[in-house]
Design a protein. Structure first.
Length: 365
């Protein structure tokens, strides 16, 4: 278990917090991304001065000049993590240090000022501590945290900004997919790619998600829940979903997931599941998997299960895959035993019901 010392951020409490009764009503059924807590954290960066003016303050609007560089040149990165309710009434973060390091790597890729890991951790601890009353306690719920950074210099010209704003806000969250998603359906995109070698695929930046929206709209028109992307070069190899990594479970019990080659986001949930699976004695391969092989394995029954994973969606079973001219069910079309076992193991650690053997849990209070 990990724990930080006292925060050095200044605290400016909201003068108009949401009334307790209204907050309780929201926490009973928070959904995802629709409700927001009372506070946010802001820290500013100025070239030559570094990071400064860190504070917890009332959540509010961000004033931006029309020439603010993020609006024109898209220097923007973000993270997603959760504060999980614990059995004793406290709350804990899951591997926030990994989020901090990935945030630094994303910043470097987009020529932005890296935020020190200890400052990132201090900020996420601070907002969870301040808005502890916003943590939902229902099974499967948590307080979702959205740290992000934008270029804030008011200027035109294609170059790195000299000023940045780091901000975190929080949102109580239930299931990412309605009904918990017994088995989602994927659409294989043939018209769009998510990322190419040498691009920003492994950075968590808004542009990657914007580029996925047309493909996601196509998937929705085809009656599917999510889109799955193929590689940019051969359009043959499965890479990832619009916002999640993907795993395949075979009839022999082994697991396979696409390797990290620079075009796939290095998911923290992905990495955690690989570690947990190997702890269980499950063979895990990080190897390419072609869409043709996927079709054949689904048809023959060799592919027994498949699931998507990420902070928001946790572990979500994949029931069907569709594309131009084909459709196939995976296994029973619902969560299989390996998927269920891994999801349970992950959630039990995050929610304090199982031993944290890897030092992943950071207790906030």
């Amino acid at each position: 278990m990990n724990k930080l010392g006292p925060s050095t951020l200044s605290i400016q409490k909201s003068l108009m917090p949401l009334p307790d009764a209204d907050r309780s009503a929201l926490l009973d059924n928070p959904g995802f991304g629709k409700a927001f807590s009372d506070h946010m954290v802001t820290i500013r960066y100025t070239e030559g001065r570094g990071w400064h003016d860190g504070k917890v303050e009332a959540r509010g609007m961000l004033p931006l000049d029309p020439s603010t560089m993020v609006l024109h040149y898209a220097q923007e990165i973000f993270e997603g993590l959760k504060a999980y309710p614990q059995p004793d009434g406290g709350a804990a973060l899951f591997r926030p240090d990994a989020n901090a390091r990935r945030f630094q790597k994303s910043a470097t890729r987009l020529a932005m000022a890296p935020l020190p890991e200890e400052l990132f951790l201090e900020a996420v601890h601070a907002i969870v501590s301040e808005d502890r009353g916003w943590i939902p306690r229902a099974e499967g719920s948590a307080l979702y945290l959205r740290p992000f950074m934008i270029a804030t210099e008011a200027a035109l010209g294609v170059r790195p900004s000299s000023e940045y704003l780091f901000c975190i806000f929080a949102s109580p969250a239930g299931n990412y997919f309605k009904g918990g998603a017994a088995g989602i359906t994927l659409w294989v995109s043939e018209n769009y790619i998510r990322a190419a070698p040498g691009g920003t695929g492994e950075a968590k930046c808004g542009g990657n998600y914007a580029a996925s929206l047309a493909a996601q709209a196509e998937a929705t028109r085809e009656g599917c829940d999510q889109v799955v992307f193929l590689d940019a070069v051969e359009k043959r190899w499965v890479e990832e979903l619009g916002g999640m990594n993907i795993f395949f479970v075979f009839e022999d019990g082994s697991i396979q997931t696409p390797p990290l080659t620079g075009t796939i986001l290095p998911g923290i949930t992905r990495d955690s599941l690989i570690v947990l699976a190997r702890d269980m004695g499950i063979t895990v391969r990080e190897e390419p998997y072609s869409i043709q092989q996927w079709k054949e394995d689904a048809a023959s029954g060799r592919l027994a299960e498949a699931f998507a994973c990420g902070t928001a969606a946790v572990v979500t079973p994949i029931g069907k895959v569709k594309g131009n001219g084909f459709e196939g069910q995976i296994g029973t079309g619902e969560a299989g035993p390996v998927t269920t076992r891994l999801k349970t193991a992950l959630l039990d650690i995050q929610n304090g019901r199982a031993e944290d053997k890897h030092g992943w849990i950071h207790r906030v209070f």
